[in-house]
Design a protein around this ligand. Sequence first.
Ligand SMILES: NC(=O)CC[C@H](N)C(=O)O
Length: 288
Amino acid sequence: MNCLSICNAPNFQSWTKMAESYDNLTSSVKIAMVGKYVGLSDSYLSVVKALLHACVACSLRSSVEWVAASDLDDESARLTPQAHATAWETIKSCSCILVPGGFGDRGVPGMILAAKYARENKVPYLGICLGMQISVIEFARSALGMERANSEEFDPETPYPVVIFMPEGSRTHMGSTMRLGSRRTFFQDLNCISSKLYGNSSFVDERHRHRYEVNPDFVERLESAGLKFVGSDESGKRMEVLELPNHPYYIGVQFHPEFKSRPGKPSALFLGLILAATGKLQAHLDKA
Ligand SMILES: NC(=O)CC[C@H](N)C(=O)O
């Protein structure tokens, strides 16, 4: 069969235009990516691509600065002071900070310090899955004085288990203990940055990949100290999105927005991060 005669010639026009305009970009934005596997940048490929999609939408080149979380902590200050100093210099030279997803406790103290730095210095921050759990641990320790607050994943004996194992027990999503795949998040208050970025939507479907979650028993105390949980699942018990009011952009999400980001259709929260990093978020929200 002669397939060529029934196929239209592929139309690469919009791709070519996008690639050409990217090649001509001169300004860039520096993003600190604080993770465990920074030697293996492919581990975070979808996050890197989502950053690229958001940067292109803002006519910027994406400049990802890799920071090994373990270089940021106090132990590194003692044992590898040069690496520690360089890691902090890198963080401070960036316009925003991203803590991506991850498993296991390596690098967690450094990620907590990065989240604290972003919160206190009003540097735009996006915490994805583990990155959201990190911001909850950091906030509980700093704002509520719960010094040993932790996730049960990292310290099963913690007196303040602000992040706990919460299996789903769903009839429709069988399998192991991992909460996987698309789930709906409902925004509690449409007046939050995340809902506005998602086009003033009252809900959003994003993909998940986690076992631990914010402990609902601590939500009230965390909120009374200023953290806002603006999105949750349909039961209202699983916290999906947090924001810090009075901060230019401090957002944590239990889901992985990077998985649905596409060239020409960047993820709303990555776009928000880059807009905030370049001082353009408010203008964007005002237009929406
Ligand atoms: N994908 C992730 O970041 C997972 C976070 C955490 N380790 C959990 O299992 O909940």
